[in-house]
Each structure stands twice: as structure tokens, then as C-alpha cells.
Design a protein around this ligand. Sequence first.
Ligand SMILES: [Zn+2]
Length: 85
Amino acid sequence: MIPDTCSCGKGRLKKGTTDFTVRVEGEIVIIRDVPAYVCDSCSEAYFSIETSRKIDEIMREFRAGRLLSKPLRAGEIELKMSAST
Ligand SMILES: [Zn+2]
């Protein structure tokens, strides 16, 4: 599912976290500390299926106006994952 090496051909992927930035209806939304596999060469981030689903879910909630970004700074949402990843 997650490749060992990055598509840039130079880096290797390491388990870590990244900030996922997405534009929703003209607003920039940043989801902090998203679990990802990050290339140590070009910093490209790869997400597992589970994480991608979680992001989709969060974006749906956000669009529906059910998610408030407080107490984080405006426009930031915390991704809550199960500990299994
Ligand atoms: Zn890379």
C-alpha cells in the first residue's frame, strides 16, 4: 500500500507526521500532525488508506460546518487517529 521509496527516486520514506493543507471553499485549512510516510529527500508525504479516509471524513465534517477548529488557531484542525497507526 505504502511504497518503501519515493517516486522522486532518491529518497526513502520514513514514518512521521506532516501538516496537510487543503483549500475548502476559498479557505485554507491545515490539518496538523497527520500521520504520514515522508520522503527524506524531497519531503513528499504519502498517506495510508486509513489516514486518507480520515482526512476525507474531516473535510466532509468541515464543509458541513460541524467541525470547529477551536481551540487551535483559526483554520487549523487536529486529526484524531486511533493509536494503531
Ligand atoms: Zn522523494
